[in-house]
Ligand binder design. Structure first.
Ligand code: ATP
Ligand code: MG
Length: 283
């Protein structure tokens, strides 16, 4: 096994000032290609499945995965990969869109709190409460000082969830401006992807720098011990998938979870079983 875990390598240490240009979106560790990395990707994905089964069986804590990215950053693809290996019974995905009138009539954490995972469950947020300090800030819907207050509310809210045994992992899928353009192009060239295109995505690209800045502030102010942010190099889709699943695996491994003890007397049930099987053989 490699010496530094990804949990450490990609984590924003609490209190650090993030500069996204210091993070290479094209990073792929020692891997040369998707093909070469495939066995490792598969290994972490399988381990993820076992650990989620254990989380569900143990029923003592929950897992919350937050995904944020710019348009075409790969949130959907990440969810497909990570979720593809989980048991749907213990896992839910929530996508947060422009707030409905009902949602907008409440505080910004109201809709998010309702989607928090139940005990034993995993929840994946496709966008999240962070939109309220990102898109809103970029478009001047909230002031800088209001944003500051929101970072504090977010940290307190995540503390509340963590105190109730929620393991929180937040991933920023970091792509380069060139890669975003390439992905837009790919969508334009492929009729099967046309449904994914929106003028808004092209429009938002004009605010690229403002978004980077808003992300830098959110990542700097809201990466905490109980709810760390990770900056994931996401220009290579396969590396992004590997990094996210590996961090989830490393985190769940560290919990040292175990199956709960049986609710029944296993030896007595084994004796019963032998008795039943014997009778059926006789008849
Ligand atoms: P995809 O385009 O891949 O299907 P998406 O997450 O981009 O997924 P859209 O319906 O295209 O989904 O966009 C959702 C929009 O809602 C985004 O532009 C996002 O910024 C916006 N949004 C989400 N939360 C908020 C919020 N709290 N305030 C304002 N806008 C928000
Ligand atoms: Mg979109």
């Amino acid at each position: 096994m490699p010496t530094t875990d990804y949990r450490t390598r990609f984590r924003i240490a609490p209190g650090t000032r993030v500069r996204l240009r210091d993070h290479d979106p094209g990073y792929k560790d020692r891997h040369r290609s998707k093909k070469e990395a495939a066995p490792e990707i598969e290994r972490y994905a399988r381990r993820l499945r076992e650990l989620q089964y254990l989380l569900y069986a143990e029923g003592r804590r929950s897992l919350l995965i937050v995904l944020q990215a710019l348009d075409a950053g790969g949130k959907d693809g990440t969810i497909r990969h990570v979720l593809g290996y989980m048991n749907p019974q213990g896992c839910r995905v929530h996508a947060f869109k422009v707030p409905t009138p009902e949602e907008a009539a409440h505080d910004f954490l109201w809709r998010v709190h309702q989607a928090a995972p139940r005990i034993g469950e995993a929840a994946i947020f496709n966008r999240s409460h962070y939109e309220d300090v990102l898109v809103t800030r970029v478009h001047g819907l909230v002031s800088k000082s209001e944003c500051k207050a929101r970072y504090a509310h977010i940290n307190a809210f995540e503390r509340l969830l963590a105190d109730r045994a929620t393991v929180i992992l937040k991933f920023f899928l970091h792509i380069s401006a060139e890669e975003q353009l390439r992905r837009f192009r790919k969508r334009l060239d492929d009729p099967k992807r046309w449904w994914k295109l929106s003028e808004a995505d092209f429009e938002e690209r004009r605010y690229w720098d403002a978004y980077q800045e808003a992300y830098e502030d959110a990542l700097s102010r809201c990466s905490t011990e109980h709810a760390p942010w990770f900056v994931i190099p996401a220009d290579h889709k396969w590396f992004r998938n590997l990094a996210v699943s590996r961090i989830v695996v490393e985190t769940l491994e560290a919990l040292d979870m175990s199956f709960p003890p049986p609710k029944v007397d296993i030896e007595a049930l084994r004796a019963r079983w032998r008795e039943l099987a014997g009778k059926e053989r006789e008849s």
